[in-house]
Design a protein around this ligand. Structure first.
Ligand SMILES: [Zn+2]
Length: 510
């Protein structure tokens, strides 16, 4: 008899808030799991971006071994410095579903970030964020998986585009997406016979990015809200998680799993001030802008047309370093790698070292305090065959600070933007701190646990008798029940492997 496991992801569920609500009895179904199972904070990836974090969760490996650092990879669009968005093919490490399939288990996943195009698995897969549309080839595996699903046409893949709608519409979209996700999860777990189901709700993350000021009394953006709205939305995050908790209860009763896990990829925190990173590089002489009369517009569907990005505006022949992405990721304008790289290989290490020293010295003039917790070269964070695809330097900002790379105003000397600017459409909360880890059921005991995000996959595989891949950075968590016995299962051989063995037998070699 095979075991059934239900894994539910709540993108961006913060440990500090969730654990408080569990204690207060406000999340009933999660509370029941916590009462019997293992519960604790889930430490996320150093580069706290959903794509990197979820991929580390499903592979058990740091990004140096799976190659997904961000929502873009290392390919540039033409000669611009804009990097092409990635898809599941960029992941170069086996994921949970590959292991389970290889060992003959049936697995189904829905909406795990960076799973488009869907992969061939022993079971099914529905793509997550960045899937182009529900009709796109590769949205599901098998291709006809949802041909009879009555609500496919209205299914929302993501609400990225809805974040700048007015608030009521935005919240409507968030709720609608959660309902649709739940409906599809339920449809598939009822219809399909599987050993493990893994579905992720991502709207909790989107919601948090733009609503976080309602949950922090000191957030500068609150000045734009009426007393009425501050009151109205004060508990909206709890209400969202209560809805997810209700759906969790329903999914458990529909699926009847032996084991249940609830996981999130990271927590959340406020941003009070943004640091204009590329402007700082410019003022320090590491980056040179062309005269304004020579600026060219660069357009791409992934870019917000209201913003002034650096693409088409930088004099690359005079630029040594630049920042892209959301998280203070600095890239060296390296010869032979960047489209117009000028920094020689032999200058690389000295430049990285010098920049790190300078980055650590950045202060907020208003408080006189340093704003950078740490800045590290990539090889101190990641390891593996794809290390060379990582940003060259990672900057870790102190609490309440984050960076932006696009241009706001080059004429002023000011490097900080207080996060109270509706015109800039900035995120009010950011991915930071611990997510949650809950494992409850037949195989787990009641315990507190401190998990790292890469521990999830080896721990799940352990319940199925699949040994941890020695190349994984994550470990099997010490949360198993006293009477649990690890019975190693043999991997199922592929057709090709079987035919090779048959041939060898025939030849008398084995
Ligand atoms: Zn996330």
């Amino acid at each position: 008899m095979s075991k059934r496991t239900l894994v539910i992801g709540w993108d961006g569920a913060p440990y500090d808030k969730i654990s408080k609500w569990v204690q207060e009895g406000k999340l009933k179904n999660l509370g029941k799991l916590v009462d019997k199972g293992a519960f604790g904070p889930l430490e996320t990836t150093k580069l706290t971006i959903s794509s990197c974090a979820w991929t580390t969760m499903v592979t058990g490996k740091n990004a140096g071994k799976h190659g997904i650092y961000d929502f873009f990879g290392t390919k540039f669009v033409g000669n611009s410095y804009f990097r092409e968005p990635i898809n599941s093919k960029w992941r170069r490490a086996k994921a949970l579903w590959n292991y389970l399939s290889n060992y003959g288990y049936r697995v189904g996943t829905v909406n795990i970030p960076i799973t488009y195009p869907a992969e061939r698995v022993n079971g099914f897969m529905v793509g997550g964020m960045m899937s182009p549309s529900v009709d796109a080839p590769g949205f599901t595996y098998p291709a006809n998986l949802l041909k009879d699903y009555p609500k496919l046409k209205e299914y929302r893949i993501d609400i990225e585009g809805a974040k700048h709608l007015d608030r009521d519409k935005f919240i409507y979209e968030v709720n609608k997406t959660i309902e649709e996700r739940f409906d599809l999860f339920r449809y598939l777990i009822i219809k399909k016979d599987i050993d493990l189901f893994f579905g992720v709700f991502t709207s909790s993350d989107r919601f948090s990015h733009y609503m976080w000021h309602f949950f922090d009394q000191n957030h500068p953006y609150r000045k734009h809200e009426s007393e009425e709205d501050l009151k109205k939305y004060k508990n909206s995050l709890l209400e969202l998680y209560q809805k997810l908790d209700e759906y969790l209860g329903e999914l458990i009763s529909e699926f009847g799993p032996d084991n249940v896990m609830v996981v999130s990829d990271h927590g959340f925190a406020s941003i009070y001030k943004y640091f204009e990173f590329n402007k700082w590089l410019y003022l320090k002489g590491y980056l040179k802008f062309k005269p304004k009369s020579e600026w060219k517009e660069f357009k791409h569907g992934k870019l917000n047309p209201k913003r002034t990005y650096i693409y088409g505006k930088v004099d690359w022949s005079e630029t040594q370093a630049y920042m892209i992405g959301k998280r203070g990721s600095v890239y060296i304008n390296l010869e032979g790698r960047e489209p117009h790289g000028v920094v020689k290989k032999e200058e690389y290490e000295d430049l990285v070292e010098e920049l790190i020293k300078e980055i650590k010295k950045i202060k907020d003039p208003e408080t006189g305090e340093y704003i950078v917790q740490d800045a590290l070269p990539r090889d101190e964070i990641f390891s593996g065959p794809y290390l060379n695809e990582a940003p060259d330097i990672l900057t870790f900002f102190k609490d309440k600070y984050a960076s932006i790379g696009y241009i706001v105003d080059l004429n002023s000397e000011d490097l900080f933007i207080v996060n109270d600017r509706p015109d800039l459409e900035l995120e009010l909360g950011i991915e930071r701190y611990a997510g949650i880890f809950v494992a409850s059921g037949l195989d787990y005991r009641h315990t507190n646990v401190n998990a790292w995000i890469g521990d999830v996959t080896p721990t799940i595989l352990h319940t199925y008798g699949i040994p941890r891949d020695p190349d994984m950075d994550g470990k099997v968590l010490d949360i198993f029940a006293e009477d649990f016995v690890f019975k190693e299962r043999k991997a199922e051989l592929s057709k090709k492997e079987k035919s090779i063995i048959a041939k060898l037998k025939k030849l008398g070699k084995i």
